[in-house]
Each structure stands twice: as structure tokens, then as C-alpha cells.
Ligand binder design. Structure first.
Ligand SMILES: Nc1nc2c(ncn2[C@@H]2O[C@H](COP(=O)(O)OP(=O)(O)OP(=O)(O)O)[C@@H](O)[C@H]2O)c(=O)[nH]1
Length: 343
């Protein structure tokens, strides 16, 4: 019998709902001890902050590791392997390891790392789960209507190269052992069905799709897929391998903007919406220090959908700041965005 520790890789574009899904896993782990490796684009560590403390017995503080040194798929040897070895070498290793990749990561190079001799005997990729933002796919944010895209390509040879967003979307689904169609509450049944068909075009055979709201999938469904993905790399195609290219993060920009103590958070929301309308911003998230409030406010923006809520009290020794990570495709005008956000 294998004694390998199972690891689940959660992939999916920026803001698709990966952190929400992991939060649900932690809260419903039923005694299983999980370790988390979180890789985030942008330096603020928002995901770690949001996940820490949400299932203390399930996932202790020291079992949450954040890799902020760039995108996990490009820093596998330097960052990821030592991290996972450290988790495995604990006197009391976790029952299951969950890895949240950054929304810009290609999952395949990470899965490949599990085939390395040092870890292959000790851990196995139980499954790659791709989380999809059904609303964003329906809005054509990645590929639009495939028939129209194909027609445009045929009409114009120069369109032969896919957009960076489209490539990421495809690679993340093509590597998946299970697809989660998330944000089902944001689309009607007909649209969900259309999105499901767009996704199905890229799936490997027998890969199942499940529908969710806020990643609310039972861990029994997500964990224990037994895929051993590291033994099955050839069935998971990658544009970059086919084209002999490296994955190029220069396609994307990210920066952190400090906006000072905030008097009226609703004004910040208006400014975020104005910035999103004027610039090609894919994701904004961070925390606000609201004047006179002992709690910090979380801000989450995906496209033009903004969510704000107070999540916890500021700690005694914590630096109370209002900081937002902004992520978009290359060429974002940082100073213009900064001017809008600062008001
Ligand atoms: N309406 C709706 N919103 C959702 C759902 N799932 C997640 N969200 C919201 O979408 C935003 C992004 O969710 P996250 O779980 O942080 O997404 P993520 O994939 O971890 O984001 P990155 O780590 O930045 O790539 C948050 O505001 C969530 O509350 C859903 O099913 N429906």
C-alpha cells in the first residue's frame, strides 16, 4: 500500500474563487489535517491573511506557507521543493497538502516537480482542480465565443497567436482532473450551460465538472481523486512546451498602492470602479484602514465587481495601512491608476 501523502493543486485565473474554495475545505475538513502552500501574485499576502485562522485545528498557522517569490511555476526548484520537503519532514506531517497557485501560474511545471526523485516517493498529486469564474467566461473575458474567435483567426493570419489570457485559461483547464464552475449564482442556467460547453472543449477525457457558489464543494468530492498526475504528464498539453517557449510573466503587471487612512470606504469603492472602467485592470484586492474603526476592511475586486467587509480587528502591533494590489496585463498605467485610487 502506498504511504505517499496526497497533494491537491488548485489552479484557476485571478479572482476565480480559489481562496474561497480552500476556505471551505478548511472549514469542512472533518479532522483531516491539511497543510497549505499559497502562491500569490502581488506582494501583500492577502490570501494567507484571509485563510489564516479559519480552521485552526485543521490547519495550524505553521502549516500555512506562502511563496511570494514570483510565480510558483517559475520558481519550482528554489522555492517549492524546499517548502514541500520541509512539510514532509515534520515529525507529524499533514494528512493532505493543498497548493493554491497564483492565478497567473501554469499548473503543469508544478505537477512536473512532483516527478522529481526527491519527492516522488513521498508525495503524489492527488488531483489538479481548476476553478473557473463562470461569469467571467460568459462575459468573454478569456476567449469570447469560440466560433467567433476561430472565424476571426481564419480571416486574419496575424491573429494566430492566442492572447495571454486565453492561453492561461486553456492550460489551466487542460491540466485539470476536476473543474469547478464557480460563481454559479452570477449566471442563469442557460449561460451556465454555455460556459460548461466552452470549458468542455478543452477537458481531457473523463474529467468531471462540478458547479459551485463560493467554492462550496464537499471535501469528499475534491480530495481523494487519486489521479497521480505526476505519472500522467503527457496527457496534459501545454502551449509553451509545444512552442518551445518559456512562460512569460512579462505579459502581466502588478503593483501595490498605499492610499492612506480612509474616511469613507464607499468613496474608495467608487474610485476603484472608475479605475477599472478606465484601465485594463484584472484584479484588485487589499485592506483598508478606515478612520475610527478598530477592524480592518477587506476589499476584493474582480472585473467591475467589488466586495468589501470587515474581517477582523487590527492587532495591537500591526501597521494599520490601506494597501491595494493591482494586477493587469502589461502596460498598466501605474501613476494614472494611483491618482484615481488616491482621489
Ligand atoms: N458572487 C460570487 N462571488 C464569489 C464566488 N466565489 C468567490 N467570489 C468572490 O470573488 C472574489 C475573489 O474570490 P477569491 O476566492 O479570493 O478568488 P481567488 O481565485 O483566490 O483570487 P486570486 O488569489 O487573486 O487569484 C471574492 O470577492 C469572492 O468573495 C461565487 O461563487 N459567487
Amino acid at each position: 500500500m502506498s504511504t505517499k501523502i496526497p497533494a491537491t493543486v488548485i489552479t484557476g485565473f485571478l479572482g476565480a474563487g480559489k481562496t474561497s474554495l480552500i476556505r471551505h475545505l478548511l472549514e469542512n475538513a472533518r479532522g483531516r489535517r491539511l497543510a497549505l502552500i499559497i502562491n500569490e501574485f502581488g506582494d501583500l499576502g492577502v490570501d494567507r491573511e484571509l485563510l489564516a485562522g479559519c480552521g485552526s485545528a485543521t490547519c495550524r498557522e505553521e502549516d500555512i506557507v506562502e511563496l511570494t517569490n514570483g510565480c510558483i511555476c517559475c520558481t519550482v526548484a528554489d522555492d517549492f521543493l524546499p517548502t514541500i520537503e520541509k512539510l514532509l519532514n515534520q515529525p507529524n506531517p499533514p494528512d493532505h497538502i493543498v497548493i493554491e497557485t497564483s492565478g497567473l501560474a501554469l499548473p503543469k511545471p508544478l505537477v512536473k516537480a512532483f516527478a522529481w526523485p526527491e519527492i516522488r516517493t513521498r508525495v503524489t498529486v492527488d488531483g489538479v482542480v481548476a476553478v473557473i469564474d463562470a461569469e467571467a467566461v460568459a462575459a468573454g473575458r478569456f476567449a469570447g465565443d469560440p466560433a467567433a474567435v476561430q472565424a476571426a483567426r481564419e480571416a486574419d493570419d496575424s491573429l494566430d497567436h492566442e492572447s495571454p489570457l486565453e492561453e492561461l485559461f486553456e492550460e489551466q483547464i487542460q491540466c485539470a482532473d476536476m473543474v469547478v464552475l464557480n460563481k454559479a449564482d452570477r449566471v442563469d442556467a442557460t449561460t451556465l450551460d454555455r460556459v460548461s460547453r466552452i470549458v468542455a472543449e478543452h477537458l481531457r477525457p473523463a474529467v468531471k465538472t462540478v458547479v459551485s457558489v463560493q467554492g462550496g464543494i464537499d471535501p469528499l468530492v475534491l480530495l481523494g481523486l487519486g489521479a497521480a498526475a505526476e505519472d500522467d504528464l503527457d496527457s496534459r498539453p501545454s502551449h509553451h512546451e509545444l512552442e518551445g517557449e518559456d512562460h512569460d510573466h512579462d505579459d502581466f503587471d502588478s503593483f501595490v498602492i498605499e492610499i492612506g487612512t480612509v474616511e469613507l470606504p464607499e468613496r474608495v469603492e467608487e474610485r476603484i470602479l472608475a479605475a477599472v472602467a478606465a484601465h485594463d485592470i484584472l484584479r484588485i484586492k487589499g485592506f483598508l484602514h478606515v478612520e475610527g474603526k478598530p477592524m480592518r476592511q477587506v476589499v476584493q475586486g474582480v472585473g467591475d465587481r467589488i466586495q468589501r467587509y470587515y474581517d477582523r480587528r487590527w492587532k495591537q502591533d500591526e501597521n494599520r495601512r490601506s494597501e491595494l494590489v493591482v494586477i493587469g496585463q502589461r502596460g498598466l498605467d501605474r501613476s494614472a491608476i494611483e491618482t484615481i485610487l488616491r482621489g
